[in-house]
Design a protein around this ligand. Structure first.
Ligand code: ARG
Length: 588
């Protein structure tokens, strides 16, 4: 459906034209004085110069022409030249009924669907998943869902960190503990065991142990570096260990991400990019894009318009090893070969911005990626604790994701069972859903690039701008609808007529914004706009609810219209939380 604001602007454009003015002046915005009007147009002011007329005169002329419009019930010219608009309640109601009848609730699919890759999650294999990876997963998942809703073809790629030094550390530690394993016997030519020589629990202990040792013990560190080197150069036994690490970790990661309601289409990683590196480097050298700088191979990416220095993108160290940037460039080679994306969005900690500036420039300059492909860095801020420092456990360690989630669920469980008897299983299930909403909404309601404070008390509150408040609102509506049905009312084929009071009109005007908000959230890759919208919508609903007798309304027709409105509020809220990545329980 066309956005209501555009429909209003069309009517205004006709009025400008009819009064002899340029219709381009008919820009309509939401009112910034909701006490006076609902929408407004400041075009008369903008036209004053061109027409050498006082803005109020232009405004008056335009208002005069607005006599038989459909959406505008009241137009007023006010000094110095604003045009204040109020909508026609019947027109808004019929717009809402059209939304209600549309399975997409009025959101139009894009006319130019694109192939988009979203690079998010980015956990490092064999290292425990911690809160730092939480933001990427939550934001990336939401961007993916929003883009899909707009009709784009989207692939979410987890881009595992699976090719680094941590692998050498694990191999070294394993060798110390179990030197008898065949992986360490260079003379061994048989098949390696199918079973991994460690469980996920052991693996999670091996990595920090090895990492701590390497910091103390230089010989150990050298050995781990060497093991990394051998692995990266195809050592047979180490490759077999790597496969075990991957299998055990990825199984665990899949479980963790499934718990978070985060789903990747591609489980590729840095290791998958390695095969593309040699040819890529050859070409970059041969075509003169890469040159040696103090022994390292680099691509210059400084541009004339830069106000600060952008160091070259390094693609090979003097010892021949490749780097983070090399892997990202090679990944682009692979993505280009396999998907020819129109756009790639990287959802990564904003502290990595410079890295991506270098990689993007190098990729464009060397033709790895065509000029018209959009490479977009969506950098997010740090999740801090209440002390304003990066979120830690009480003991000061890095918080494991599972711990964090379990903590929130416990908190929710307490709230749900407080003063109430709820069946154990249901309470657990509800706590899970509400906990997820608390975490995700707590994150997504902030502009991604900003740091934010992870405040468990605030995030789990049923009041205020929180996930649980949104769910509570949905549950409240579900309960009214269930009661209505239990009283014999049918929920089908109901129409909104909007005969009620101000709070109903206000709620209706929130609802009509839905398609515009969704479009805008996509254009700006900004899930926080959806959060802000559903907070307003939930508030408008609750205000209406407190002022209105719904089930006890005596006029059957009015009651039906209320129920129709409730159904639409519920559907819009549910569609929004779906793109944010969480869902509502039946009760709470
Ligand atoms: N594994 C990286 C980290 O933990 C994030 C990967 C981001 N994606 C990318 N294509 N570099 O910092």
């Amino acid at each position: 459906m066309r956005k209501i604001i555009d429909l209003i602007a069309d009517e205004l454009a006709a009025a400008f034209e009819g009064a002899g003015y340029d219709k381009a002046l008919a820009r309509v915005t939401l009112s910034n004085r909701p006490d006076l009007c609902e929408y407004q147009c400041n075009g008369a002011m903008a036209g004053a110069k061109t027409y050498r007329k006082a803005p109020i005169m232009i405004a008056n002329d335009v208002v005069e022409k607005l006599t038989d419009s459909k959406y505008i019930a009241e137009a007023r010219a006010v000094n110095p030249g604003f045009i204040n608009l109020k909508t026609d309640v019947d027109a808004v109601a019929s717009y809402l009924n059209a939304m209600k009848a549309d399975e997409r609730l009025g959101v139009r699919k894009t006319e130019n669907p694109e192939m988009i890759v979203i690079d998010y999650g980015g956990p490092n294999v064999a290292k425990p998943l911690h809160v730092g990876h939480l933001r990427s997963a939550i934001i990336g998942e939401s961007i993916k869902r929003i883009a899909r809703k707009m009709g784009h073809t989207v692939l979410g790629d987890i881009h595992l960190g699976d090719w680094g030094y941590q692998m050498g550390l694990i191999i070294t530690e394993l060798k110390e503990r179990k030197p008898e394993l065949p992986y360490f016997d260079d003379a061994y030519e048989g098949e390696y065991p199918k079973e991994a020589p460690f469980t996920i629990g052991e693996l999670e202990e091996i990595y920090p142990t090895a990492s701590a040792k390497a910091k103390e013990d230089e010989a150990y560190r050298k050995e781990a570096l060497h093991a990394t080197y051998l692995l990266q150069n195809g050592h047979r036994g180490y490759t077999a260990i790597w496969n075990h690490i991957m299998h055990v970790s990825v199984t665990d990661l899949k479980k963790n991400y499934a718990n978070l309601n985060v789903d990747f289409d591609l489980w590729k990683g840095e290791a998958d990019a390695q095969a593309f590196i040699p040819d890529m480097i050859e070409r970059l050298k041969a075509e003169g894009y890469a040159h040696l700088d103090e022994g390292a191979l680099v691509i210059d990416v400084q541009e004339e318009t830069d106000t600060k220095e952008i160091p070259p993108c390094m693609i090979q160290k003097s010892d021949g090893a490749s780097l983070y940037g090399t892997t990202d460039l090679a990944t682009l080679v692979q993505r280009e070969r396999d998907y020819q994306p129109d756009k790639i969005v990287y959802v990564v900690d904003k502290r990595q911005e410079l890295h991506f500036v270098q990689v993007f420039r190098a990729a464009k300059k060397t033709g790895i990626v065509p000029k018209e492909t959009e490479l977009k860095f969506l950098g997010f801020g740090t999740m801090n604790g209440k002390d304003g420092k990066p979120f830690k456990t009480r003991e000061g360690g890095v918080m494991r994701l599972e711990r964090l989630i379990a903590g929130i669920e416990e908190e929710m469980y307490k709230k749900i069972t407080d003063n109430r008897t709820v069946e154990e299983a249901e309470a657990k299930e509800t706590a899970k859903l509400v906990g997820m909403a608390a975490i995700k909404y707590g994150d997504l309601s902030n502009q991604a690039s900003k740091d934010y404070i992870f405040d468990v008390d605030r995030f789990t509150s049923f009041e205020g701008n929180t996930g649980p408040y949104i769910l509570y609102t949905i549950v409240r509506i579900k309960s009214i609808l269930n009661k209505y049905a239990a009283q014999g009312g049918s929920l089908n084929d109901l129409l909104i007529d909007g005969a009620g009071g101000d709070s109903e009109k206000a709620l209706m005007l929130e609802l009509v914004k839905y398609n515009e908000i969704m479009e805008n959230a996509y254009e700006e890759l900004a899930p926080h706009k959806i959060c802000a919208y559903i907070y307003d919508l939930a508030n408008a609903f609750n205000h209406f609810y407190h002022e209105t007798k719904i089930l006890t309304e005596e006029d059957e027709a009015v009651k039906k219209s209320y129920i129709a409105l409730l159904i639409l509020v519920k559907e819009v809220l549910e569609a929004c939380i779906d793109v944010l990545g969480f869902e509502a329980p039946e009760r709470m």
